[in-house]
Design a protein around this ligand. Structure first.
Ligand SMILES: Cc1cc2nc3c(=O)[nH]c(=O)nc-3n(C[C@H](O)[C@H](O)[C@H](O)COP(=O)(O)O)c2cc1C
Length: 240
């Protein structure tokens, strides 16, 4: 693994006219527990050689021009204010090409790196994800129309117009506003691929028309697996 390899595949994808490239992520080395037990059978080839994708995107933005750049970030072990700043910043750096793959984290071993003995339960992860999504999008959109720039001095919030998010929910309390100016897309593209019933119907699942008008990324297509399953369920109901 080397950064040069990431550059090579991203540039190849761009040459091939791909809309976007996406980088998965996990917050633990696979089979961490087995590594701890020196269980060579279970911990065979534990993958540890990835570059953290949020770090990767700005670097890749510098060596590409058009391709969308999507990084994975978790709603279970991160904070919405940080995720909102990161993707707004990457959107600025890339000229409106940033995308967030919203995950609730698949790898159970992650818990051990964030002060927990067990992975957060599935329903709880999605409950947190829904609120997380609302806070991030709220922070991104609250900055609309309330910035002004002074010649040669920088960009400022218009104190008379700026709206604080003042979010208080079950999982988060976030005042705002975001200290990153509104990004080129305003709302960077969000992808979410949970396929369980709660995952597929999660409020954290962005609406199908969520790609902003000035995005260089395409509109999100319906998740094929879910659509197939929905069709199967509908068919099953129709035949009973
Ligand atoms: C294309 C694709 C990419 C995914 N990438 C990640 C990832 O990088 N990190 C992760 O923790 N989960 C990833 N997942 C897992 C899902 O986001 C989701 O967490 C998982 O399917 C469990 O949710 P569910 O129970 O609703 O299916 C990915 C799933 C798909 C289909």
């Amino acid at each position: 693994m080397s950064f040069a390899h990431y550059v090579e595949i991203t540039q190849a994808a761009e040459r091939g006219k791909m809309d976007a490239i996406f980088f998965q992520d996990s917050l633990a080395a696979n089979q961490s527990s087995a590594i701890g037990r020196r269980d060579r059978k279970r911990a065979q080839y534990p993958r540890c050689v990835i570059i953290e994708p949020l770090m990767l995107l700005p670097a890749l933005a510098m060596v590409t021009r058009n391709i969308g750049l999507i990084a994975t970030a978790t709603t279970t072990y991160d904070q919405p204010y940080m995720v909102a700043r990161h993707f707004a910043s990457i959107d600025h750096i890339s000229g409106g090409r940033a995308g967030w793959n919203l995950v609730t984290t698949q790898n159970e071993e992650s818990a051990g790196n964030f002060g927990l003995d067990h992975h957060v339960a599935h329903a709880e992860r999605y409950d947190r994800a829904a609120e997380f999504y609302d806070v991030v999008v709220g922070l991104w959109t609250a900055g609309r129309g309330c910035l002004h720039s002074r010649q040669g001095e920088g960009v400022y919030y218009d104190v008379d117009k700026v709206r604080l998010l003042n979010h208080t929910g079950r999982h988060f309390k976030v005042r705002g506003p975001l200290n990153v100016a509104r990004s080129p897309q305003g709302r960077p593209v969000i992808a979410q691929a949970g396929s369980s019933d709660v995952g597929a119907s999660s409020p954290a699942r962005p609406p199908r028309s969520s790609s902003p008008r000035n995005s260089r990324l395409p509109s999100r297509r319906p998740f094929a697996t879910t659509s197939r399953r929905e069709r199967r369920n509908t068919d099953a109901r129709a035949t009973t």
